[in-house]
Design a protein around this ligand. Sequence first.
Ligand SMILES: Cc1cc2nc3c(=O)[nH]c(=O)nc-3n(C[C@H](O)[C@H](O)[C@H](O)COP(=O)(O)OP(=O)(O)OC[C@H]3O[C@@H](n4cnc5c(N)ncnc54)[C@H](O)[C@@H]3O)c2cc1C
Ligand code: SF4
Ligand code: SF4
Length: 434
Amino acid sequence: MTEDYEEYDTLIIGAGIAGIEAALTLGDAGRNVLLVDKSPTVGGIMAQLSKVFPTLDCSACIATPKMASAVYHPNITLSVYSEIEEVLKHDEADFRAKIIQKPKYVEWDDCTGCSLCEMECPVIVSDEFQHHMRGRKAVYIAFDIAVPKKSVIDIDNCILCGQCEKVCPTSAINFLQKPVIKNVRVKSVLLATGFELFDATLKPEFGFKQSKNIITAMQMDRLLAPTRPYNAVLRPSDGKEPSKIAYLYCVGSRDKTIGNELCSQICCMYSIKQSQLILGALPLADVFSFYIDIRAQGKGFEEFYQQARDMGAYFIKGRIMYVDEADNGDVMVKYEDIDDKGKIKEETFDLVVLAVGLWPSIAGVAKVFKGVGLETDALGWIKCPICNPVETNIPGIFAAGCVTGPKDIPDTIVEANAAVSQCLVYIETHSGST
Ligand SMILES: Cc1cc2nc3c(=O)[nH]c(=O)nc-3n(C[C@H](O)[C@H](O)[C@H](O)COP(=O)(O)OP(=O)(O)OC[C@H]3O[C@@H](n4cnc5c(N)ncnc54)[C@H](O)[C@@H]3O)c2cc1C
Ligand code: SF4
Ligand code: SF4
């Protein structure tokens, strides 16, 4: 009956840390998993971070062993660089999905990840994995710690010069590749598509894109990471080492004017983390945080905040009025100093970092659920009941990680494993398999 379908116990959509953790637990429990991601590598945002709060462990050092274990696990089939076309529930424990594997124009079985093609390619475009702080080639490996470490060709920017084909030692380049359609039949689905970063241009008063020296905290995490775009923390306009840096908190969070009253939960903590890392990397720098409230509610979080103060980071309870370019690429911040009777003040910085909030990324994937629609809440996050925060309105479809709302990595891991337990119960009670 299902000859045309590949069969798995669970389809996991999204291979960030939530999807990876869930796949590993399900795989270890003997279940067959299909793990799908739209990107050419697994790992999501965690693979791009510098260190993690509040322990300052290296994010890549924790993430990469899990990324590799998931990719090489005997019970996990990986489909990266793939889009979900549709998911349809036929019956309990019987979901049918159509997945389109985009052409990579490189035969991955032959690609050794040597990067010779990348060195020869004459086309340079903006690098999305470095959050547009440097260039990449038209043929590229997603980033240094990508898993799988294989090349893809960005055909929209390729000029078909053939240089990559000439130098590839394994003849892996194949311009004739076509999209591959995969039809799969699964007993349960786990949604782990994470979040989007708030687009700071929607709040023009913060000056994003009006000055090169106003960056997002995601860009700063890249500047501090071992796989960073430059070998130091430099400001983008002129490569100067910044000596006075401002963090502006709650950009795109707790803000009725843009319809998002939600606290993004992690921005205070990642800003405090980055302040500590900057004070380590640039010992002579002054780092200021302009905050509404410091929300440091978690094990070790308050101590981590106090540690930043003890290291010399400055914290100002201040509401930002606007941010503007000043002389020599510097940036002026005008603010209301709440602890100084609400006085209006101005201060100039070498570099301004926007602590942008987390926004739902579900819009693209929600539409693939045909028949009964997948319910989202008023802000667009996947809707889950209070008493079962990984359950969706469609029995058999579960959700974990930032797809249900902003959260940090430990909470994401907890949710991933909670969702796995629900998947296992659902499979066992509805398909009779053990
Ligand atoms: C600047 C910054 C610093 C942070 N620092 C810390 C920290 O120090 N400590 C901490 O605990 N947390 C930190 N976090 C939070 C942490 O990044 C998240 O908790 C974690 O990434 C959530 O994992 P996730 O798997 O839910 O989502 P993601 O990491 O977003 O992964 C989602 C995956 O789904 C894929 N995907 C999306 N849509 C689709 C689709 N339609 N089809 C297929 N695949 C899709 C994406 O490509 C991605 O691989 C930070 C976040 C930011 C932005
Ligand atoms: S495509 Fe060829 S040249 Fe490029 S990384 Fe793979 S093996 Fe090396
Ligand atoms: S054919 Fe395309 S990917 Fe290959 S080297 Fe030329 S521009 Fe780069």
